[in-house]
Structure formats: C-alpha cells, structure tokens
Design a protein around this ligand. Structure first.
Ligand code: SAH
Length: 590
C-alpha cells in the first residue's frame, strides 16, 4: 500500500455485531489487530473505555479504523486535535460495512487506507479531499521512499492546481502516471522529483526521493557532521539520504547508531573482507593527515562500490565519506544487512489485556517470531510478512541459538515466553546461549528483554494480595537442577516464613515431587496455612481455588497451576460477594 504508514492499524469495535465486519477487514489488513470493548466482545486486544482508548491509540500514532458512528470517533478524539504532531489515519466504518469514512490523517495516507478498506468491503469510500477527488491521488502524500520538501508550499501548489493551473512533471514520478493531472509541458507549475535542494519559486511541488547512500569511514563521532557536509557541498537535500553504510566489522558501535539516528537514515553493514577500518590505530600509524584522509575516503568509496555493485550513476567522495546519488528511491533492504535484533518478550499469563504495549509493539516489528507453539498462539495474530518458527517446549537452548543465527544475519527476531521471560523462561536461555557462544557475531546483536506479568503475580492479583510481604518463587521442576537442591531451598523458605510461589509443581514425568514438597512444608507450617491455586490464569477456563495446606491434594494441581503457600501471617478477609480475599499484611509479628 503505497504511502501508507507501516504501523498496523487498530480495528476498534464496541460490540459483537461489528465483529464480522472487523474480521473481513482483518483479512484484508492481516497485521491489523481487533480491539474490542471488554465484556462486550472478544478481539486481539481488550479495552475498557472507548474514548480513552482511542485517544491513547491516536497519541501513539496508531492508525484507527473504528467500527462505529463517525460522530462518536470525532467526539472521542477531539481533545487531541489541538496538539500538532503525529496525526495517524483515523476512519469510521459502518459496522455493517456499508460506509467507509476517512476522518483524519490525510498526510498519513488515510485515503489510501480508505480505498483499501472500501475495496475489501466492496463499497465506495467517502473521500472528501478536493485535491484527491480531482486528481485521484493526494499530491501531498507521496509513496514511501519519497518525502515532500515543504508542506506549506505543497498546500499552496495544490490550491493553485485546484484553481486551474496546469502542471508539468520534472523527474521520475511513476505513482503520478495514473493521476488525473492537468498536464502541460510548458506549465509554470511543476512537480519536481529530485534528491537535490531546489528553489521552488513558490510554484513547484518539490519531492525528494530517498536516493542517496552514504558510506562512512573514520571516526563515528564526526560521521553525521561529515555526511551532512558532503551532502550540502553536493546540493543534496538531507531527507534524500536513504541509508548510511559501514563495514560489517563496525556493527554494534553505538556512536555509529547515534549518527544514523541523527541523520534519520537506517544503518546498513557491508561485508568488505577488511577489518575495522579508519579506527585510531590506522590514523596513528600514518603521520600524514592528508594521506590518512585520502586512504579513509578511498575505503569509503570501496565500501560503496561493494554495496551497490555499480548500480548507481553518480558518485562523489571526500573526507572519509562516499556518496552515491540516483534518481529513484533505493531499496535499502538490498544493501548489506542491518544490525540484528533479538527481543525476548513476555506475553503475560495469556490474555491480550495483560500483555505490555511494549511487548505488542516488539511483536509487530519482528520479522521472525520463535517460541513454543502454545505461546505463539497467544502472541497471534501475525502479519503475512512475519516468519513464525514454532518448536517444542523443551528445546529452549536450541531455540535461543536459532534466534541468534537469524538475528546475526540482520533479522529482527522475537522470542516469546508466557508470563515474564526472565522467570524460568527464555531470557535466561538467551543469556546462556550468549555466554557459551563460539560465534562473535552473536555479541553484535541488539538484545532487549520485554518484561511480562508472571504467573505468580497474575494468580496473586486474582486472590487478593498473598504476595503482600516477603515471598520467594521456586520451580519444583528437577529437570535442570537436582531434587535435593529444591528440597533444601524449600526447607529454608519455610523456616524463613516466606510466602512461597511454586511454579512447575507437577508433571507426568515428575509425579511424586509435589507430595514430597508438601511434606516438607507441612513439617513446619500449620494445616490452616492459606494456599492459593491459580490454573490457566488469564486464559480460557481460568480457575482460582483458595484452600489450606491441610486440605490441599496433589490431584488439585497440574503443570498449568501456580501454587501459592501462605506464611504464618497470610490470612483471609470476606469479600462482598460471599467469597474471600487472601492477603499477607505488610507488617510482621513474631
Ligand atoms: N515465565 C513464566 C513461567 C514459566 S514456568 C511466568 O513468568 O509466568 C511454567 C509454570 O508457570 C507452569 O508450570 C505454571 O506453574 C506457571 N504458569 C504459567 N502460566 C500460568 C497461568 N496462566 N496460570 C497459572 N500458572 C501458570
């Protein structure tokens, strides 16, 4: 979809009657998520209040497709409109799919999205933008790979055209071929597509293709400044920069990343077969500054040649920077590789509303998602462009290694865990793989751990506040540690009067261990000690049981249960609905 922001839209529904249309839209926009009002309908994400949810989506720049009356959407978002800044596409769609009304985000491609949705629903979109109606395209919203030089000049240009001016096209603008423009070779007004800075004289629409590639050598700290200077000296517009290239040996240099973000261009790494070029050692080895600079510039030029393999027409080089300039946007993905990324994501206990927005965002950005099949189902839906690598639950280290292989080749990888990824889960496996890595490329991968709500927290919240005072978390699985260690830790935890949250309490392969653990606890704690059992918390069929240590039986517990054994202080308080809350006070009495 040309010109459309790459952020996947949120399809917002208020009730079940809108779900069939929402699903049709999701089929047409596979990376979109359905946001449904909690208690009324079930989608991928639940929200509790429409107005605040729409405002939050809007403020984060998320395209909104609301399946409700246009008026409701306007009223909800109105308070946000005074603030300039991001204006994502906002559309109202009739819940029966009979009308598609673009409301906001003309420059973010709302009409493109409206046409796409209308096509999927087989209706005509309610386009109201004059320029768009007249010319069949929004001139101020060029496709991705192009940037408008000045919005103010652009608006004047469009109103001149609407007032009857004709136009010529100067440069390559293939997306305008199908537009109904009043073309005239000798027109005063021109659409000018060029990577160079041009004086528009008030009558041109200047559009810059991202058609410049800059290869850098020498110190990263001055790279941004040197690129800007080189571009300036060649009359190139800063927004024409499509990518910054560096040798693969410099992957992971923070200052280089900073330079790229300052220049607003992605950083790509090229395999040159050379070492770390242009670093301090090289410069010291040569006392002749002019000679050093020439060598550095030569290396930058070589880098550029390696990356482009003479696909570009014009090259210039100076001061450790080599520039290639073309007429069309560069396919950045074809230039070497990006620095790989590995996000280790906690999904929370299982439902979308208990998943951190940061986890959802990291999932949306991933090119590859790895995980145990059950967790992958929790993380769905995925976009058509995402590769999903499911595996068995036990293959954690192997999965971590696979993730590193993909990420060190430049892919954006997400590994998913239920709950928190750092609690008996993939974050530790990833660190273990890194720790034992024979491959130096793995250390260049940008790793991020996105926390999640762990099963003990999710279970405790259902019960009240059993973890309100000191507690410990123990896994009863003796797959990766000897059983005697588990017994020893349990004994100490009971003696220390900690509340104990037990994970992995029992499995078919470990049938007797839970009873043995209970025996240890019962030796030291009274039979009336409070116990909470949370099974499949946050998932379909969730169950919460509160009982006592004396009554607890291992048949009540399975691999999907978290067991919280209270301390001597843990107690119950009556709930209004006849049940009871379990809590551990914040204070302690001996
Ligand atoms: N990383 C996970 C824990 C993985 S160990 C987390 O932070 O939650 C797996 C154990 O976690 C299970 O045996 C069970 O004891 C517990 N568990 C995971 N999800 C659960 C859920 N939804 N409800 C109850 N217990 C759960």
């Amino acid at each position: 979809m040309a010109g459309l922001t790459s952020t996947p839209p949120a399809i917002v529904v208020l009730g079940p009657s809108a779900l069939p249309t929402a699903r049709r839209l999701q089929a047409a926009l596979p990376s979109a998520t359905i946001h449904a009002l909690q208690g009324r309908a079930t989608g991928d994400v639940a929200y509790s209040e429409l107005a605040s949810h729409l405002r939050e989506l809007y403020s984060t720049g998320k395209p909104i497709v609301a399946l409700c009356a246009a008026g409701i959407v306007i009223r909800c978002i109105a308070p946000m409109l005074a603030n300039k800044g991001v204006e994502p596409p906002v559309l109202a769609v009739a819940e029966d799919g009979s009308a598609v009304v673009p409301l906001l985000g003309g420059l973010a491609g709302v009409n493109v999205l409206a046409r796409e949705i209308a096509r999927a629903l087989d209706v005509a979109p309610a386009i109201t933008t004059s320029g768009e109606l007249r010319f069949g395209t929004c001139l101020l919203n060029p496709p991705s790979g192009y940037t408008l030089a000045s919005l103010d000049e652009g608006k004047r240009f469009v109103s001149d055209l609407l007032a009857g001016a004709s136009v010529r096209i100067d440069g390559d603008a293939p997306w305008l071929d199908a537009a109904h423009l009043p073309k005239d070779e000798s027109a005063r007004h021109a659409v000018r597509v060029t990577p160079r800075i041009v004086e528009s004289g008030g009558s041109d629409l200047v559009i810059h293709p991202h058609a410049v590639v800059a290869a850098i050598d020498g110190p990263a700290e001055t790279a941004a400044e040197r690129v800007r200077e080189a571009m300036g000296a060649n009359g190139l517009a800063p927004v024409s920069l499509a990518a910054l290239l560096a040798p693969i040996a410099r992957i992971g240099e923070t200052a280089l990343e900073q330079a790229a973000s300052e220049l607003g261009a992605p950083l790509r790494f090229i395999d040159t077969g050379l070492g770390r070029t242009g670093m301090a050692e090289d410069r010291c080895a040569n006392n002749d500054p002019a000679g050093t600079e020439m060598a550095s510039t030569e290396r930058a030029l070589q880098l550029l040649h390696n990356a482009l393999q003479s696909r570009h027409e014009q090259l210039t080089h100076t001061n450790g920077i080599a520039l290639a300039v073309g007429a069309e946007p560069i396919d950045v993905g074809s230039l070497g590789q990006a620095r790989g990324r590995l996000d280790v994501i906690g999904l929370g206990p299982g439902c979308a509303e208990l998943m951190a927005p940061a986890a959802r965002a990291a999932l949306a950005e991933a090119t590859d998602v790895l995980g145990y099949e059950t967790y992958l189902r929790m993380a769905a839906p995925f976009g058509a462009h995402q590769r999903i690598h499911g595996s068995d639950n036990r293959e954690e280290l192997q999965r971590a290694r696979h993730a590193f292989e993909l990420a060190s080749a430049g892919r954006r990888v997400a590994i998913v865990s239920s709950g928190d990824p750092g609690v008996f889960a993939m974050a530790a496996a990833v660190m273990e793989a890194l720790d034992g890595a024979g491959d130096p490329r793995w250390t260049t991968v940008e790793i991020r751990v996105v926390p999640g709500i762990s099963a003990a927290m999710a279970t405790a919240a259902q019960a009240g506040a059993p973890l309100g005072h000191d507690f410990c978390v123990l896994s009863l699985s003796d797959n990766l540690k000897p059983w005697r260690v588990i017994e020893n830790r349990l004994r100490h935890a009971v003696e220390a009067d900690l509340v104990i949250a037990m994970y992995n309490p029992i499995s078919r392969a470990r049938p007797w261990q839970f009873d043995k653990a209970l025996e240890i606890v019962r030796n030291c704690r009274r039979p009336d000690t409070r116990v909470v059992l949370g099974r499949d918390v946050g998932r379909p069929g969730a169950a919460l049981v509160t009982t006592t240590l004396g009554e607890l039986r291992s048949e009540q517990v399975d691999m999907r249960t978290t067991v919280i054994v209270g301390s001597t202080m843990t107690r119950a308080v009556a709930r209004g609905d006849g049940g009871e809350w379990i809590y551990t006070p914040r204070w302690y009495e001996d």
